[in-house]
Design a protein around this ligand. Structure first.
Ligand code: GLN
Length: 191
């Protein structure tokens, strides 16, 4: 199993470190050839408007969209925005791979970055996890086939459909590898 980490922008290096910790093989993805070698993909945080421009110029937007119909993708923060079906403000083109409506930079300027405890329910167990939110989006609506997996107060902060897993926060910034482990298990089930 090889996990691709999209490495055209953002904090991809932190995802590499987590996968190293878990002993999972990974490669960086900057073009379609590299994407073809992967069984799953991680889209890191960054800046979604810049991301989509770079994806288009590398002709990776279509390729990732097709990839996501067949294989699992995990997106954190800007990665979640790219995978969503609709952005309700500061609109950007998205890949429409998970039926969620999101609002960018949704926590306001004063507190646009913070750390707080979140609750995740994974494999029927509810656990507390450190949620690192950096100019984070909020999930405003979820559509059919989307399952919430975690909350911060009343907001859904982790969700999935059959192939896609998205987080509004940055699990790659905490020492707990649980969310990545969950994704790897999802990949193994689909493989
Ligand atoms: N605010 C960024 C955006 O809208 C996302 C921030 C992040 O990925 N940490 O794209």
């Amino acid at each position: 199993m090889t996990i691709g980490i999209l490495a055209i922008q953002g904090d991809f290096g932190l995802h590499q470190k987590i996968l190293d910790k878990l002993g999972v093989k990974h490669i960086t993805v900057r073009n379609e050839e590299q994407l073809k070698q992967c069984d799953a993909l991680i889209i890191p945080g960054g800046e979604s408007t810049t991301f989509i421009k770079l994806l288009k110029s590398a002709q990776l937007d279509r390729a990732i969209k097709n990839f996501g119909h067949k294989k699992p993708i995990m997106g954190t923060c800007a990665g979640l925005i790219l995978l969503s079906s609709k952005v309700s403000n500061n609109s950007v083109d998205t890949l429409n791979l998970i039926d969620i409506e999101v609002s960018r930079n949704a926590y306001g300027r004063q507190i646009d970055s913070f750390v707080d405890t979140v609750e995740l329910t994974l494999k029927e167990k509810t656990i507390k996890f450190e949620g690192v939110f950096i100019r984070a989006p909020k999930i405003k609506k979820i559509g059919e086939g989307v399952r919430p997996l975690g909350y911060h107060k009343k907001d859904i902060i982790l969700a999935e459909n059959e192939k896609i897993l998205v987080a509004t926060f940055h699990p790659e910034l905490t020492s707990d590898t649980l969310v990545h482990q969950y994704f790897i298990e999802k990949v193994k089930k689909i493989l």
